[in-house]
Design a protein around this ligand. Structure first.
Ligand SMILES: N[C@@H](CCC(=O)N[C@@H](CS)C(=O)NCC(=O)O)C(=O)O
Length: 210
């Protein structure tokens, strides 16, 4: 069932939804939320997203959902295409473990770096280089964890791709590709995994805008 994706074209979390929609062959209509006009903080938007953020989705039957990873889990259960959530109980548990790794070990640090180095300058604010240094050092440690996992299996939850891998794409694009910290050069398994997931047609289709 098609849906409307309310978001911002280059927003990290809007593109998480977009990439999973592509993987699952679920069509969407993109509805731009005007960040410059702070539309996301106005009452009409808050009625759909109580935290004043993007993305959220809406469907013709009145169904609405916010939080990108919850939306992704929903899309993984509708549509067709790559199976992105395993159903066998132990494989499912490993998927949830990998999803927690992305949410707790990777996203807060990578999005912090993205905030300092990309988003703040975009809005005319000054990057806190000391903070960036701390975050980069912390991410080095976390990525050693990813490297160890990916030395034993193809993807973060096992040998099949899951949502947990794909959730890394927008922030990974910033910290592994747009900024030059050399995270991949030192980690062959991480590099192999990143090439694999980032070359998927789904990501290539939304990388430069949902
Ligand atoms: N946990 C939320 C995070 C959403 C989020 O932080 N979105 C950003 C854009 S990428 C936003 O709306 N920022 C504005 C704000 O937080 O005020 C999700 O995954 O959907």
């Amino acid at each position: 069932m098609a849906f409307k994706l309310h978001g911002a074209k280059m927003s990290t979390y809007t593109r998480i939804v977009a990439v999973i929609a592509k993987e699952r062959n679920v069509p969407y209509e993109f509805i731009a939320v005007d960040f410059k006009a702070a539309e996301h903080k106005q009452p009409p938007h808050l009625q759909h997203h109580p935290y004043g953020q993007v993305p959220y989705i809406s469907q013709d039957d009145g169904f609405e959902l916010y939080e990108s990873r919850a939306i992704a889990r929903y899309l993984a259960t509708i549509g067709s295409g790559t199976q992105l959530i395993p159903t066998e109980p132990k494989a499912y548990a490993k998927f949830e473990q990998a999803a927690s790794v992305e949410y707790a070990q990777f996203d807060p640090i990578a999005s912090g770096i993205a905030w300092e180095k990309i988003i703040k300058p975009h809005f005319g604010k000054v990057t806190d280089e000391k903070r960036v240094e701390e975050l980069v050092a912390l991410l080095e440690i976390k990525l050693d964890g990813h490297e160890a996992i990916l030395g034993k299996q193809k993807y973060l939850a096992g040998d099949e791709i899951t949502l947990a891998d794909l959730f890394h794409l927008p922030n990974g694009n910033i910290v592994f590709e747009r900024l030059e910290y050399g995270f991949l050069d030192k980690r062959p398994n991480l590099q192999r995994w990143w090439k694999d997931i980032s070359s998927r047609p789904s990501w290539q289709a939304v990388k430069d805008g949902a």
